[in-house]
Design a protein around this ligand. Structure first.
Ligand code: NAP
Ligand code: GLV
Length: 313
């Protein structure tokens, strides 16, 4: 039996889609009458404190999101039950679309030309070709590796930074804390696609912004954060955008969401704010992913995209 425990998303729609795909497999939601001993899988998003109580026969926790940082802080998360997170082509494609849109925007100095337009100025400046721009991607996992490949196809120089060494065709790999500085020093546009862990928390800070390369983009380097708000120090970003340490920033995620109305970031012309929409686990595509996970596991196959509890992602 599958228990749905989804908050802040359309749980009914997920239930409908999963029922269609799983046929006779029993699916219940919190309001239904059921025996908690019968629950083999729980599908969660922002679970309540009591979500996992008395689920004594749980085989897996299915997490609606790709990022599990919030779930891992749940006070009653069962420690010995595997967690399956979301990783699927549609989510990956959407994230790469977001990254490409923002990288190309900063490469082509969108802020500068927009300003000129507002001031009715004809300021001719010719951005360099993409192969002169070095994009540095922090996190070369499911999302970062795809974004790296797509940017490479567009002609950019692409560097990546990960925890363990990587070998991706055409991408220069850096890894571990010792190689963070050399990675940043070769980066004109920094893209963050790391998971939020104690090691990566606050990594987008003023000190690291000063290490980015300032040679190519005349207004200064740009950052793009599509991972988690906890990665960024928002006061530092504001300061860096004002004093020219950063030329521009694209932020999809924030420490507090929705971003409070009094945040100074809203009014900065070189800050591009989106409301955590870079990529979503949609019921259209997500239901088939999670239905397959359950079906395969019930048929004796291994669970996929498991969270490594020791690494925290
Ligand atoms: P993933 O497959 O787990 O990849 C994580 C990558 O980060 C891996 O390459 C990993 O290195 C690297 N990493 C982890 N800790 C590190 C450290 N301390 N130092 C250096 N590198 C480190 O994750 P994903 O599926 O690509 O997703 C990344 C994040 O995107 C999610 O955690 C989530 O927060 C965010 N996200 C945001 C949205 C949105 O709409 N804004 C949507 C989906 C996901 P190794 O390869 O060596 O393990
Ligand atoms: C969204 O932010 C996710 O983690 O899937």
């Amino acid at each position: 039996m599958l228990l749905l425990h989804l908050q802040e998303v359309d749980e009914k729609l997920w239930a409908k889609r999963l029922k269609k795909l799983l046929g006779n497999y029993k699916i219940v939601t919190r309001d239904d009458d059921f025996n908690r001993d019968d629950i083999r899988y729980i599908f969660v998003w922002k679970p309540e404190k009591s979500a996992f109580d008395a689920l004594n026969n749980l085989k897996a926790v299915l997490c609606l999101g790709a990022g599990v940082d919030a779930l891992l802080t749940h006070p009653h998360l069962p420690q010995s039950v595997p967690i399956v997170r979301y990783a699927n082509d549609d989510l990956t494609r959407c994230m790469s679309d977001y990254v490409i849109a923002n990288v190309t925007m900063h490469h082509r100095e969108f802020s500068r030309f927009r300003d000129d337009q507002i001031n009715r100025e004809w300021g001719q400046y010719y951005p360099p070709p993409s192969w002169d721009i070095s994009v540095g991607i922090m996190g070369l996992g499911v999302l970062g590796a795809d974004a790296a490949r797509q940017l490479k196809i567009l002609g950019y120089q692409v560097n990546g930074w990960s925890r363990s060494p990587k070998n991706i065709d055409g991408i220069t790999g850096f890894f571990g804390p010792d190689q963070l500085n050399p990675f940043l020093e070769q980066t004109d546009i920094l893209v963050n696609l790391l998971p939020l862990t104690p090691e990566t928390s606050g990594i987008l800070n003023y000190g690291n912004f000063t290490k980015l390369r300032r040679r190519i983009l005349p207004n200064g380097p740009a950052i793009i954060n599509a991972a988690r708000g906890g990665h960024q120090n928002e006061m530092d970003i504001e300061k860096a955008l004002k004093d020219g340490t950063l030329g521009a920033a694209s932020l999809d995620v924030f420490n507090i969401e929705p971003l409070p109305k009094n945040s100074g970031l809203w009014q900065l012309k070189n800050c591009y704010i989106t409301p955590h929409i870079a990529a979503i686990s949609s019921p259209e595509n997500g239901a088939s992913y999670f239905a397959r996970v359950i079906r395969d596991h019930e048929n004796g196959l291994d669970l996929i995209n498991l969270v490594d509890m020791d690494c925290g992602y």
